[in-house]
Design a protein around this ligand. Structure first.
Ligand code: SER
Length: 315
């Protein structure tokens, strides 16, 4: 299967590329990104091309030239960045999705686009957030995610495009850093504790959010796309989660393993409001029932692995 990953230089893409190479064969994966220096880096590990996903002609040429059969559309500005420039977030996030869906329709590709916990808002039930519930997000990022879910389902019902997606929670990883997200604290803390022995957190200590360790997130990307379509009741998009914690709990568990680690708070009002509007913990039973979602990592095992991986970087 020929697979194109658009926006491949971000947090998910840099780890999705090697995962896809293992599953579908190294030569079948094409990594595309807008930034020349990132394409240069990607080209050391994968076939790579420069692409602005908003340029539909260039995008179309690549889909045709490489006979693409599946698109992973990872282009997005994250939640906190989106609040700094909402118009740009709309045009990038929705523009890349619309072009991806159009090209998937024209070229008979399947397509995966991540949705997010950001698709929920203050009115959503925060505990055991159901698969089908109130979705009235308060951020531009979330508005794009809800619109994106609807648009993807529209392309499926109207044109038969095989569009599928998951609502990712915060993704914790030790490859490429996330940028401009509200859940980033749960990644940054590991780097700061290893480098400096202390971390200042922008999220209030009692705010719960769902999280997922990268290996489980990668499984979601391939498992859902390879699932038997006749078993799918939902498509865009499935709740998936691996763990739920607040900063206080995460930091207590890190402190047990890193004696002397210090934690401070300097709450960012934008991130505070965003994080307060998102679920405490999602119910992901539909993903489990419809395509066998079964994450392996919990908070304790994730912390052990993150500390080991980041120590090994010798920062
Ligand atoms: N990680 C994202 C963010 O914080 C949520 O999907 O913006």
């Amino acid at each position: 299967m020929n697979v194109l990953v658009v926006g491949a230089g971000g947090q998910i893409g840099t780890e999705l590329i090697p995962h896809l190479q293992k599953v579908y064969g190294e030569d079948n994966i094409i990594a595309a990104d807008l930034r020349p220096e990132i394409v240069e880096k990607l080209s050391q590990v994968s076939r790579a091309v420069m692409l602005d996903a908003l340029d539909i002609r260039a995008y179309s040429q690549i889909v045709k030239e490489y006979k693409i059969e599946r698109i992973y559309n990872l282009v997005a500005l994250l939640s906190a960045t989106g609040e700094k420039n909402p118009q740009l977030a709309w045009s990038v996030n929705m523009g890349a999705l619309l072009n991806s869906l159009e090209l998937a329709k024209e070229n008979n590709c399947s397509i995966f686009t991540p949705s997010s916990i950001g698709a929920f808002g203050n009115d959503t039930p925060h505990k055991d957030t159901p698969q089908d519930t109130i979705m009235r997000p308060g951020t531009m990022y979330g508005v794009c995610k809800v619109a994106g879910e609807l648009l993807s389902d529209y392309y499926y019902t109207r044109f038969g495009v095989d569009a599928r997606s998951v609502r990712f929670p915060g993704i914790i990883s030790n490859g490429c850093l996330p940028g401009g997200g509200t859940t980033d604290y749960a990644v940054e803390v590991f780097y700061d504790i290893i480098k400096k022995g202390e971390y200042t957190c922008p999220i209030p200590e009692n705010t719960y959010m769902d999280m997922l360790y990268m290996p489980d997130a990668l499984e979601a990307c391939t498992q859902l796309m390879d699932a038997d379509p006749s078993a799918l009741v939902h498509r865009n998009s499935f709740n998936v989660t691996g763990m739920s914690f607040n900063p206080k709990q995460l930091f207590a568990a890190i402190a047990k393993r890193v004696p002397g680690a210090k934690f401070h708070y300097n709450v960012d009002p934008v991130k505070r409001d965003i994080s307060a509007s998102w679920p405490d913990n999602m119910d992901d039973s539909c993903a489990r029932e419809e395509w066998g979602w079964n994450p392996k990592w919990n908070m304790e095992s994730m912390i052990d692995d993150m500390l080991e991986a980041i120590r090994a970087k010798n920062l």
